[in-house]
Design a protein around this ligand. Structure first.
Ligand code: ACO
Ligand code: HSE
Length: 372
């Protein structure tokens, strides 16, 4: 289909949240949303032949705010995206879209239905493929027939890969970072424990909690479980060891609930508080279940067969200390691609989160392979 002319012929202000209505939407597993809005931010300008558009896909709890913009607020991938950076916003038109079902502006469980009521428990199941089809509609509205590059890490990597497979003619380069071809049994298992933590919170109320207390305890527990998987054993040991959270004493009381905390416990409590202050529990469920659904082979035969139709040049990257998305799984993905693709190993002791904390280490291969 020929994309419509861009809605915004004048340059957009960098890093400012915008909204686009993409109409009604039927989901892969049968759900329906009568009106979908996608929130997005952009940096740089679309060139005359619309060939310089780059899509950056966020991870599970990420937002559209990839890089600094007019507001000056830090972005979560500032090390990689910005003027003169590997993804150079002086040369490329960078777009970041909040995933369908998220809570950073796109239609999600906390949005209201046409009657003005929060979707809550009635929000349908969203797959990674649904999110790609929704994003393709936004690309049409922006006048982007094909992306120069689609890239992302973790859930963002799943979205990037699914883009390259679902829309092979619209992705010329694709970077899949710290991600697999399909969520594994163990990744699904970690996800399931997080879902249960939220759903078992008495304040969850089946997902309809927007007029009362929120299931912060459940979401906080989900984040604790997840965060342990995002960090390596060595990093936790190095940072915290068995240190107490001064002045607390982990052996300080005969009453278990009254004992003091170890530093690592205090750290996890802090991570839980940080997430509950910025994220909606229902969106956490929707996006986690989307990630569990991730499988580029579904209905497409073997992995080789599923990837055979891709035309993009790929960059597959893994974090060497990742214990959630094991480097071997990135090697397996790379080996199944139709063209020989080496895996770029990010050397970072932190674990899975290395694709965020050590993002600059993906800069060189991105520049060399895609953005020279
Ligand atoms: C509005 C928005 O936020 S948009 C969304 C932004 N987030 C995303 O895009 C998701 C991706 N980002 C992330 O997941 C994270 O930000 C990461 C992985 C990049 C970095 O994680 P961080 O939590 O910042 O790193 P780190 O593990 O070093 O933890 C530092 C925090 O732990 C705290 N901390 C360290 N030790 C302890 C302890 N013993 N007890 C309590 N807190 C502790 C620090 O004070 C610091 O707190 P702060 O973040 O409030 O300043
Ligand atoms: N820390 C990241 C990791 C998910 O892969 C997030 O919260 O989105």
């Amino acid at each position: 289909m020929t994309p419509a002319p861009p809605r915004h012929p004048a340059p957009l202000r960098d890093g400012v949240l915008r909204y686009a209505g993409i109409g009604s939407f039927d989901l892969e597993t049968g759900g329906h949303l009568p009106q979908v809005t996608l929130a997005y931010e952009t940096w740089g300008s679309l060139n005359a032949d619309h060939s310089n558009a780059v899509l950056v896909a966020h991870a599970l709890t990420g937002s559209t705010h990839v890089a600094r913009g007019s507001s000056g607020e830090d972005g979560w991938w500032d090390a990689l995206v910005g003027p003169g950076k590997a993804v150079d916003t002086d040369r490329f038109f960078v777009v970041a879209i909040n995933m369908l079902g998220g809570c950073y502006g796109s239609t999600g469980p906390s949005s209201t239905d046409p009657q003005g009521l929060p979707w809550g428990s009635r929000f349908p199941f969203v797959t990674v493929r649904d999110s790609v089809r929704a994003e393709a509609r936004l690309a049409d509205l922006l006048g982007i027939a094909s992306w120069h590059t689609v890239l992302g890490g973790s859930l963002g990597g799943a979205r990037a890969l699914e883009w390259a497979v679902t829309e092979p003619d619209r992705v010329r380069h694709c970077a899949v970072i710290a991600c697999t071809a399909a969520s594994t049994a163990e990744q699904i298992a970690f996800g399931q424990a997080q879902l249960a933590a939220i759903r078992l919170d008495p304040d969850f109320n089946g997902g309809d909690y927007y007029n009362g207390a929120t299931p912060a305890a459940g979401l906080g527990l989900a984040r604790r479980i997840a965060h342990i998987t995002y960090r390596s054993e060595a990093e936790l040991e190095y940072r915290f060891g068995r240190s107490p959270q001064e002045p607390e004493n982990p052996l300080g009381s005969a009453v278990p609930a009254a004992r003091g905390r170890y530093a690592v416990e205090s750290y996890l409590d802090h991570q839980a508080r940080k997430l509950t202050a910025r994220f909606d529990a229902n969106s956490y469920l929707v996006l986690t279940e989307a990630l569990m659904s991730h499988d580029v082979t579904r209905g497409r035969g073997t992995l080789q067969q599923a990837l055979a139709g891709t035309t993009a040049e790929f960059l597959i990257a893994a974090v060497d200390s990742d214990r959630l998305y094991f480097p071997q799984q990135s090697h397996d993905l790379a080996a199944a691609l139709p063209r020989e693709t080496a895996v770029h190993m990010i050397s970072a002791p932190i674990g899975h989160d290395g694709f965020l904390t050590d993002a600059e280490k993906i800069g060189a291969p991105l520049r060399e392979r895609f953005f020279a």
